[in-house]
Design a protein around this ligand. Structure first.
Ligand code: PNW
Length: 461
């Protein structure tokens, strides 16, 4: 593979709920995902996050595995209810602070930059009950208070902050389709929740910039997820539908930050269900991200559905399909991952170029990319050539995007190790390290060994 720029950052990513376990140890409060897992049928095999990879107790061992990879950066998330058990900043759980403080120290001692996400979906359960979670009026202020606690305790050492992971998944899967916690089904609540997610991001950034950034000299941004949407045909209606799909997926959350308001096509179609920003909120949101965090996995074809949706579009992952009037499909030639997601590397390049053009060449970090694959451990080894090929071909597409002028600055594989894959429980494995859930033994897969070589080849002086 061609070499990446010298300053390109190589990382892997995880999130708290998916790996830590210790769900009610050392003063941690419950989150909406702890509760969601208790509802029969919501998660494959009714799996829970109670033990997960037990990273809470195996943290040092895991950092050594990262060191073996030659990793430059590690993206993890802080569990809000581990720091603030009832969600509010007036009761801090010192043992929670200690855990993340130790993790950060351990990473730095091994020359690995911590990239810290403040919210990766584990809303304190208390705030779900008391404040309706992301629907509540004061949730954005409560989030900013929590963020301040994190900057105060970790900001001396953490120089890369991500406020919120994937507003689209939080809102569409959590409040639209009911597939993720808190499991609600609505065609209006996703827009209300998304509005508050954006305000929470903006307020947390404002706290950082006003109270900490001058001294701590870090960067702060948000991470959005987006698949690529390719027009199914050359018909102008399908081309317009694909553009609409991109706006309902990514511009919904990125336009307010880069351009100052929601996309016009959403305002036209969603009407009163889409809340309105005040002028001061718009000002707070505009330019509130120091970099463009992007999680990318897959691609779908789009055709215009104005004449009527095929039934599957209403129920699949298109996200508010009836507001967009689009139909999604796949090219039968495309390979699929174990999630059933299409493997289309050129979609990654087109998406990067779309962002580059719409938002005037921001610095982009791919904060997640990777795949679930079914690979078995044979004689102590996992030969995941399919995952290796996925990462390699997606990185080649990234390289092309850089050659075409995209300011892509870094890449984080999802995931450092197999973990709790939300509604799929432990049945889907995204890791470049295998985790044996009986013994909790970690084993580097072929993809991890390959990734270590790649990092080495790209960072050697
Ligand atoms: C992301 N979709 O989630 C998350 O940030 C990770 O926690 C997760 O493990 C990873 O991707 C793999 O799923 C997504 O339906 C979940 O399009 C669902 C979708 C996209 C991203």
């Amino acid at each position: 593979m061609k070499h990446f720029p010298k300053d390109f950052l190589w990382g892997t990513a995880t999130s708290a709920f998916q790996i830590e376990g210790a769900a009610n140890k050392d003063g941690k409060g419950p989150s909406i995902w702890d509760a969601f897992c208790q509802i029969p049928g919501k998660v494959d095999s009714n799996d829970t996050g109670d033990l997960a990879c037990d990273h809470y107790h195996k943290m040092k061992e895991d950092v050594q595995l990262m060191k073996n990879l030659g990793l430059q950066a590690y993206r993890f998330s802080i569990a809000w209810p581990r720091i603030l058990p009832n969600g509010r900043a007036d009761k801090i759980n010192e043992k929670g602070i200690q855990f993340y403080s130790d993790l950060i120290d351990e990473l730095l001692a091994n020359d690995i930059e911590p990239w810290v996400t403040l919210y990766h979906w584990d809303m304190p359960l208390a705030l779900e009950f008391e404040n309706d979670g992301w629907l509540g009026d004061d949730i954005s202020d409560l989030f900013a208070d929590y963020a301040r606690v994190c900057y105060q305790h970790f900001g001396d050492r953490v120089k890369n902050w991500i406020t919120i992971n994937e507003p689209w998944v939080i809102t569409v899967l959590g409040y639209g389709m009911g597939l993720f916690a808190p499991g609600r089904v609505s065609n209006a609540e996703p827009y209300q929740a998304g509005h508050n997610v954006l305000l929470a991001h903006a307020k947390a950034v404002d706290v950082y910039r006003k109270e900490f950034q001058t001294n701590q000299k870090g960067k702060i941004g948000i991470t959005n997820n987006c698949d690529w949407r390719e027009p199914a045909t050359d018909d102008p209606k399908d081309i317009a539908a694909a553009q609409r799909a991109m706006e309902f997926f990514l511009a919904w959350f990125a336009d307010p930050i880069y351009l100052g308001d929601y996309p016009k096509c959403m305002r036209d179609r969603v009407g009163e269900r889409l809340p309105v920003f005040t002028d001061s909120e718009k000002a707070l949101l505009k330019n509130s991200s120091d970099f463009f965090g992007l999680n990318h996995y897959s691609t779908m074809l789009v055709s215009d559905g104005s004449e009527g949706l095929i039934e599957t579009s209403v129920y699949d992952n298109s996200g508010m399909a009836e507001d967009q009037m689009i139909n999604l499909s796949s090219d039968p030639e495309w390979k699929k991952t174990a999630m059933g997601w299409n493997l289309v590397p050129w979609g990654c390049r087109k998406l990067l170029e779309w962002i580059n053009e719409r938002y005037d060449s921001p610095e982009i970090y791919i904060t997640e990319n990777g795949c679930a694959m079914d690979n078995e451990m044979i004689d102590g080894k996992v030969d995941d050539q399919n995952r290796l090929d996925y990462i390699k071909t997606y990185l080649e597409a990234c390289h092309e995007a850089i050659e075409n002028g995209v300011q892509l600055k870094g890449y984080f594989v999802w995931s450092f190790m197999d973990n709790f894959e939300w509604a799929s429980g432990y049945s889907k494995r995204f890791g470049i390290h295998h985790v044996d859930y009986e013994t909790l033994v970690r084993t580097p897969k072929a993809s991890a060994l390959w990734y270590a070589e790649l990092i080495k080849a790209n960072t050697e002086v």
